[in-house]
Ligand binder design. Sequence first.
Ligand SMILES: [Zn+2]
Length: 76
Amino acid sequence: MKCVICKVGEVTKSPVKVEVKVGYDYLLTTVEAESCVECGEAYYSTETLRQLDQLRAEFARKEIAPRSVGTVYQIP
Ligand SMILES: [Zn+2]
């Protein structure tokens, strides 16, 4: 499949790092997706999007407590 964004790259199955925003927190995870070798545009299946929604909900309800890898700072 050709990428619909850049129209030159080939879209191939590969693990993609995603950030799921939950309030002020970001949940980093890697999912199996299809991504463009040229521009890096990622295409997610409905199944994967459902998994990410599930993950977001579980994290918001504190059912999962992943290891923290960084802190977000803010200067007013
Ligand atoms: Zn592309």
